[in-house]
Design a protein around this ligand. Structure first.
Ligand code: DGY
Length: 322
């Protein structure tokens, strides 16, 4: 029997594409063209696809799901987040949806630490000073940042990545505080202080790192009202999803000095982002690189394929979300 066809929306790491070529008849995207999501059903129909392997850049809406041919049995996303897929619509059509948890936890937590440190120490303005020839001498009062030692790190969303950030931050002698839908067992908390409400957490967060999924409830969670609850001079990091932050409110707080700095790896509407971020020397901005290490991207691809292998062989996939 001919191996199943898999439509792949983006260019994937070489080892992942090699496994796809070995086990399937993949329709690859070597030019890494960003497809119009509306074209995905047609691409799947034309190829007779059994599965769609997509990425966070593909908005697989209810309309897209509804138009997929009946041959499509699975949507495997090359990501842990699946807010770009209308999971309910897929479920209603009996299409299995899978994601890639765990394998990107370390890389993403490392990136959050990088943002925390870089924001706290004014890495962008320091490097800009040097690169633009403005560095005249070491100065006792020059390029002063915020010390992390002993400070309170608020983690909003204490799942896999939030916990990995806590583990790293303990190495910087930070005090860990968190909020999640429920309190974790003490053995997992490892001394972290639970706050029953997000508002209570914000009040003690000298540093705040966002690690919740994007849902209707968390959209624009960090708005002007909640920013006002943070201690003056707090540092905010978002490596989860852009729309969790209200950009206009964050920009206003960075401008006014209410917040000392911010580190952002994700943006609402990315790859577009609020242009005013570019005017802020106290913001460090990354183009969604949280999971971008060679090891992690290979592991994400292999996990997406493990999921597809299972679904297409009639087995329960290891990482099903619908
Ligand atoms: C994810 O996996 O959801 C990240 O945002 C991309 O690695």
């Amino acid at each position: 029997m001919a191996s199943p066809v898999v439509v792949v929306t983006r260019r994937l790491p070489a080892a992942v594409e090699a496994r796809l070529e070995r086990d399937y008849r993949p329709v690859l995207n070597p030019a890494d063209t960003l497809y119009d999501p509306a074209s995905l059903p047609g691409r799947c129909a034309e190829a007779g696809a059994a599965a769609l392997l997509c990425c966070p850049t593909d908005a697989v809406s209810a309309e897209v799901v509804a138009a997929l041919p009946t041959s499509v049995k699975a949507i495997a996303t090359f990501s842990v987040g699946y807010d770009h897929i209308d999971v309910a619509a897929a479920k209603a059509r009996g299409i299995v949806v899978t994601h890639t948890p765990d394998v990107l936890t370390d890389a993403t937590a490392d990136c959050a630490m990088l943002l925390l440190l870089a924001a706290a120490r004014g890495a962008y303005s320091a490097e800009k000073l040097l690169r633009t020839g403005g560095w005249t001498a070491w100065a006792p009062t020059g390029q002063i940042g915020v010390q992390m030692t002993g400070k309170r790190l608020g983690i909003y969303g204490m799942g896999r990545i939030g916990r990995a950030v806590a583990q790293r931050a303990r190495g910087f002698d930070m005090q860990i505080h968190y909020h999640d839908v429920g309190r974790l067992p003490e053995s997992v908390e490892q001394g972290a202080v639970y706050h029953e409400t997000a508002e209570e957490l914000l009040g003690v967060s000298d540093f705040l790192s966002l690690h919740c999924p994007l849902t209707a409830q968390t959209r624009h969670f960090l708005d002007a009202r909640r920013i006002a609850l943070l201690p003056d001079g707090a540092v905010v990091v978002n490596s989860a999803r852009g729309p969790i932050v209200d950009d206009a409110a964050l920009i206003a707080a960075l401008r006014s000095g209410k917040l000392a700095a911010a580190g952002l790896d994700v943006f609402e509407g990315e790859p577009r982002f609020h242009p005013d971020y570019l005017t802020l020397d106290n913001a460090i901005l990354f183009p969604h690189i949280g999971s971008a290490t060679a090891e992690t991207r290979d592991a994400m691809g292999f996990m997406a394929l493990d999921n597809l292998d299972a679904v297409l062989a009639g087995r329960e996939p290891p990482n099903r979300v619908a």
